[in-house]
Design a protein around this ligand. Structure first.
Ligand code: HEM
Length: 152
């Protein structure tokens, strides 16, 4: 279950279902090292996908590497990791969302063998809508595991 947690963390890093956060500036904010000022009332879109795939915060960002989140490695910038958002408007169901994903994964892994197609090494996204969706789905093959029956 510890490794499953790391996998859910890494999956929500590399593929944040909601790839952006939106906020409204509530006071004038001079941007550091520039003459620009973000004025109060400005609507801001923050690219979560961009942050989560920035090599400055997550070394080798395209590599799927659950171990990056372990205590011993911890080679990432925690402040840049926000799959459920941050602050007073962060996701109200972060725990529930994670538990649902883990239950679904546990059921699938218990009952099915999953095979990937070796020629597919990266998931492409669709450009429709706000959520991050895999273009044409995720190409995996599920085979039902046989149940052993004790015949006496
Ligand atoms: C793995 C599943 C989920 C992910 C990755 C996710 C992600 C997010 C993100 C990134 C935000 C924006 C937070 C921000 O702006 O700081 C959000 C907001 C929200 N989420 Fe989720 N969410 C998930 C599941 C759920 C579920 C299951 C529910 C409801 C049962 C839910 C309800 C909400 C609500 C109501 C908000 C708006 C909160 C507010 O504006 O105050 N989410 N979620």
């Amino acid at each position: 279950m510890k490794y499953l947690e790391l996998c859910v963390m890494e999956t929500t890093r590399k593929y944040p279902g909601l790839p952006l956060l939106n906020r409204m500036c509530n006071k004038d904010y001079p941007l550091p090292n520039s003459k620009l000022v973000l004025e109060k009332g400005t609507e801001i879109i923050i690219s979560l996908l961009g942050l989560h795939r920035d090599p400055e915060y997550f070394p080798d960002p395209l590599k799927y590497q659950p171990e990056r989140f372990t205590e011993e490695h911890k080679n990432y910038t925690p402040a840049a990791y926000m799959p459920f958002g941050v602050g007073p408007r962060q996701c109200i169901a972060a725990r529930m969302g994670k538990i649902n994903v883990k239950i679904a994964l546990t059921k699938i892994l218990t009952n099915y063998t999953i095979e990937t197609r070796s020629e597919v090494t990266e998931i492409e996204f669709t450009v429709n809508g706000v959520g991050l969706l895999a273009k044409g789905g995720v190409p995996v093959k599920l085979s039902k595991k046989l149940k052993l029956i004790n015949v006496q």
